[in-house]
Design a protein around this ligand. Sequence first.
Ligand code: SAH
Ligand code: SF4
Length: 399
Amino acid sequence: MTLAASAVEDRAPVRLAGATRPELFRALAEVGVPDRERNMRVSQLWHWIYHRGAREFSAMRNIARPLLEKLAERHDLQRPEIVAEQLSADGTRKWLLRMAPAFPGDRGAEIECVYIPESDRGTLCVSSQVGCTLNCAFCHTGTMPLVRNLTAAEIVGQVLIARDRLGDFPGGTPPSDGLAPSGEGVRAVSNIVFMGMGEPLYNYPAVRDAIGILTDGEGLSLSKRRITVSTSGVVPEMERLGAECGTMLAVSLHATNNGLREKLVPLNRKYPIERLLQACRDYPGASNARRITFEYVMLKGVNDTPAEARALVRLLKGVPAKINLIPFNPWPGSPFECSDWETIERFSEIIFNAGYASPVRTPRGRDILAACGQLKSESEKLRARARMMLEASLIVGQD
Ligand code: SAH
Ligand code: SF4
């Protein structure tokens, strides 16, 4: 690597909303803050950015103006751009977000982020990549042409936007048109699920850094137990996730034998069911009190027989598991249909009788999803995706 290249890589990012502590440290070094002061200044910036939700350097009242001016010359506290916001009658909110251009001429990748308020929690479903390379047969994201990893800042940016819009930072005003969870000390955004676009464990370093920022007790302070990372089964990264991040795990199983799972989730050829389940048994921190969620998409005539429900129960014996059945969300040209409601009920009853509680949840936010149909066609993929995200995230019950 040339000196010039390493100098560029070592520079702090322009946008400091979403930055890690080392990145803030670098930003301070670049503007000439002496070494001995930097840790203290990092803590101050951290508090303002993540605890207080500052969007301008000038709001940071306990930091001297000349330093703030120097920071503002090179950096900003902008979030991804909100292209559209939609609100469902039941309080579900959906944002279409445009990331800053990643290279000259880039229009900026677009992703969606969905917020689902319930009485005792507020769940935000975030994306980890734009598109996905894994091509699961039933998933629309896999067909998107553009694929890139989101940075940790872009992942955290989704949470900052939700907190901004929901008035969830100190002194913020909750929107008058929305619903929020109630109860002592419950934040509007109390839970995060990595169930938006992308495979989080194919973007592990950024996901890990983002989780570090989200769970830092001096900032956003989200509980690790209230963050769930969903994977299609990237076995080698699962242990790291548990050991380094300590979050809850959800696994997209969708089939009970390798033949079918290979067709639905092609990654199964690399990491077959036996290896995947072993990685679940070994997942650091998994216990009956901290169960792994197994997602199972209900595909008509494909994986929805009572025999498969029984096979699922047998397969998960000895694994601390919960099972969530996800009604399939069709998208234009998708080769599958959603199982009939009676079929889902029969399947769910077998699972219930085996000791797993209420595995299907009623989807919400259908009205804004329908309203999405009125958007321009270039947003079509995002529409299908958002529908999926909403339902999938609703179905994962978090304790
Ligand atoms: N890539 C990760 C996380 C994002 S997908 C993963 O695959 O786990 C979140 C969940 O939605 C996964 O369980 C995924 O299998 C499921 N899903 C994808 N497309 C779907 C669709 N069209 N209908 C219902 N669920 C879908
Ligand atoms: Fe990627 Fe998950 Fe969709 Fe599979 S289901 S293509 S892993 S986003």
